[in-house]
Every structure is written in structure tokens, then in C-alpha cells.
Design a protein around this ligand. Structure first.
Ligand SMILES: *[C@@H]1O[C@H](CO)[C@@H](O)[C@H](O)[C@H]1NC(C)=O
Ligand SMILES: *[C@@H]1O[C@H](CO)[C@@H](O)[C@H](O)[C@H]1NC(C)=O
Ligand SMILES: *[C@@H]1O[C@H](CO)[C@@H](O)[C@H](O)[C@H]1NC(C)=O
Ligand SMILES: *[C@@H]1O[C@H](CO)[C@@H](O)[C@H](O)[C@H]1NC(C)=O
Length: 311
């Protein structure tokens, strides 16, 4: 994850949790939520990191759990770096925390199996960060129906199948599906969403992605499509002017380097390498910032910072 996306996620989590987590809650937690958490602990094989989850105690004081201080309802569950976990099922009991807004399951390489159907009950979920595990199966279509879901990061897992249409909505949607085994085409409807970050890199996606680049005025900051099998002509792409990073390396992208990039003054990382691009590289304006390793291994790109064109 780039520093900017980390900041963005951090800001979201802070916003959601600032009023909820107190170090030593005097109120008691909801009995149903406590029962669900205990099932989750059992489902994960009672890892050592969850030793504070003791049945007769207030679950709002348990590590990795955040509550609403008025109601004692669980709003966030963030299991990160729970190294010892070895489980072939994601606990379905997570779906029994009906007011959950933020769910993080991170850095548990021993956690496999699909996302359970019970997650469809999480109507208030705004952020789902299921990162760096071994979770497989398809990305559930029901994610598209969770009305508040706006930050989705499923990177570094083993998800297969297509990207369902309509994932993540609301203001400043954020979608990171990096490093999975996703196939098929990116649904063209993604071109209608103003993502802050859109990262589907390191998958097996095919077809076009030109529809992502049809409005220069969008507030999109980071786009990564690298390491797929995407095929389209990028010459006339309307790249958002506020883009900070654009990585489309290792695809089958055709055409020339977009002249419009000369006006992308916010861009600090550009990678068009390992594609089928051709022609002279524009060098004016913002393009001065980029060296040869932004353009290497294309079909016939030429001119500075690459060797001169042979006219
Ligand atoms: C994934 O998790 C493992 C185990 O916790 C950790 O060693 C590794 O650095 C993590 N990888 C990433 C990309 O965060
Ligand atoms: C998911 O992984 C588990 C454990 O490795 C395996 O048994 C199961 O067949 C996999 N399921 C899918 C749909 O790939
Ligand atoms: C382009 O995006 C901006 C910012 O979201 C929006 O206000 C504008 O209506 C869009 N233009 C078109 C033609 O879709
Ligand atoms: C672009 O991507 C290629 C391949 O992944 C990498 O070798 C190169 O260093 C990258 N260049 C930049 C400027 O990030």
C-alpha cells in the first residue's frame, strides 16, 4: 500500500472509532455481540492474541474490539497480526455483529476459506480490510448491496473469479484488490465512479480499462492496473489531473504515451513499462520528472529519456 492510501484508510478508521473505543469501559457490552465474539475466537482456534477475550468480562475492553460507548454495541473488529491463526474457515459469527462498521482481518497467512454468506447481514459496514491472508473463493456479489461500504481492501489473498460490478460506493470510494487471482474483465460501470484509489494490480484481468480514463476533473489520486493482461489504446486517455500515481506496467496497452500527461503536475510515480506502446515520448511540463524506467520494454517508444527516435 502506498503512503497515501495508508493515510486515507487511517483517516477513515480514526473517524469511525474516535468516539467509540475507550480504554476501560464502565458500561457493559451487548450480550449478543459478546457471544458472537466468543464464537469468532473459537473459530480462529483460540489464538494467544485473543487471551483478553474472557467470557464473563466486558467485551468492550477486549483487545481488537471497538464499541459505541452509549449502547455497548461492537462497531469495529480489527484482528491484525494474529500470526498463530490457522483456520480453513473465516468465522461466520462475524456476521452476527450487526452494527459492525469496520472489519479488519490482516496478516493471517494461515486463514483460508471463502468469505462467509453471513457477511451479507453487515448492513452498516463502511470499511472492510481483509488483507494478506489466504482467503479464497470469489468476491461476494452481495458486497455491492451493502449500502455504506466505501473502503474495500482485499489485497494479498487468493480470491478468484471476476470483479463484481458496483463494489464500494458513497463519497471517496476506495478499492484495492491487488495481488489476487482475479480473472475476466473489469466491469465498465467502474468508469462511472470517482474513486480516490483504484488498484487491481497483480491479477489476471483481461479486456479494456479505457473507461476508467474519461474525465480529467475527477479527484482520483492513485490508479494501478499493473501486472494484468489488459489491452487498450491509452493515447487519448483522459487521466485525472490530480493523479499522484499511475502504474499500468506489465499489460498489453497500445498507442502512444498520452500527451495530456504533460499537465499532470501532481504525479510523482508513473509506470508505463512492459506494454506495447509506440512513438515519441512527450517531454514537456510534468513529463520532465520521469526517467527511462517509467517507459522501458515497450514496442517502439523513443526519444528522451529513451534513445532517440529514428525518423
Ligand atoms: C503478511 O503477513 C505476514 C505474516 O504476518 C508478514 O510476515 C508479511 O510481512 C505480511 N505481508 C505484507 C505485504 O504485509
Ligand atoms: C480454499 O482453500 C482451502 C484450503 O487451502 C481449500 O481446501 C479449498 O478448496 C479452497 N477453495 C476454493 C474455492 O478455492
Ligand atoms: C467529471 O467529474 C467531475 C468531478 O466529479 C464532475 O463534476 C463532472 O460532472 C464530470 N464530467 C462529466 C462529463 O462526467
Ligand atoms: C516500473 O515497473 C517495472 C516492472 O514492474 C519496474 O521494473 C520498474 O522499476 C518500474 N519503474 C518505476 C519508475 O516505478
Amino acid at each position: 500500500m502506498s503512503p497515501s492510501t495508508t493515510i486515507l484508510c487511517g483517516a477513515l478508521l480514526f473517524f469511525l472509532l474516535v468516539s467509540s473505543t475507550l480504554p476501560a469501559a464502565s458500561f457493559d457490552c451487548d450480550a449478543g455481540d459478546r457471544a458472537a465474539l466468543l464464537k469468532i475466537k473459537k473459530g480462529l482456534g483460540n489464538p494467544r492474541q485473543l487471551n483478553s477475550w474472557i467470557p464473563a468480562t466486558n467485551c468492550c475492553n477486549w483487545y481488537h474490539v471497538g464499541c459505541d460507548s452509549q449502547s455497548g454495541r461492537v462497531l469495529s473488529l480489527q484482528l491484525t497480526d494474529t500470526y498463530g491463526v490457522v483456520a480453513d474457515k473465516v468465522p461466520a459469527a462475524i456476521g452476527d455483529l450487526p452494527l459492525l462498521q469496520v472489519l479488519a482481518l490482516k496478516n493471517m497467512p494461515g486463514l483460508s476459506g471463502p468469505i462467509p454468506r453471513s457477511f451479507a447481514k453487515l448492513r452498516y459496514l463502511a470499511g472492510i480490510l481483509i488483507k494478506n491472508n489466504s482467503i479464497n473463493g470469489t468476491i461476494p456479489r452481495f458486497f455491492s448491496n451493502l449500502p455504506e461500504l466505501r473502503v474495500i481492501d482485499l489485497s494479498d489473498n487468493k480470491f478468484t473469479g471476476p470483479i463484481p460490478p458496483g463494489l464500494s460506493h458513497g463519497e471517496t470510494p476506495f478499492l484495492v484488490l491487488r495481488n489476487n487471482l482475479l480473472t475476466g474483465e473489469i466491469p465498465a460501470s467502474y468508469g462511472d465512479v470517482e474513486y480516490t484509489t483504484f488498484d487491481v494490480s497483480h491479477n489476471r484481468l483481461t479486456g479494456s480499462a479505457s473507461f476508467l480514463f474519461k474525465n480529467r476533473s475527477r479527484s482520483t489520486f492513485d490508479i494501478s492496473l499493473s501486472w494484468n493482461q489488459l489491452e487498450f489504446d491509452i493515447t487519448e486517455a483522459a487521466l485525472p489531473v490530480k493523479l499522484r500515481t499511475l502504474d499500468v506496467s506489465h499489460n498489453r496497452i497500445r498507442g502512444g504515451v498520452p500527451k495530456a500527461l504533460e499537465d499532470n503536475y501532481y504525479m510523482y510515480r508513473l509506470n508505463l513499462s512492459y506494454n506495447q506502446l509506440c512513438g515519441e515520448i512527450p517531454t514537456a511540463g510534468a513529463m520532465e520528472a520521469f526517467g527511462a524506467d517509467s517507459f522501458l520494454h515497450n514496442k517502439c517508444l523513443c526519444g528522451p529519456p529513451l534513445p532517440p527516435c529514428r525518423h
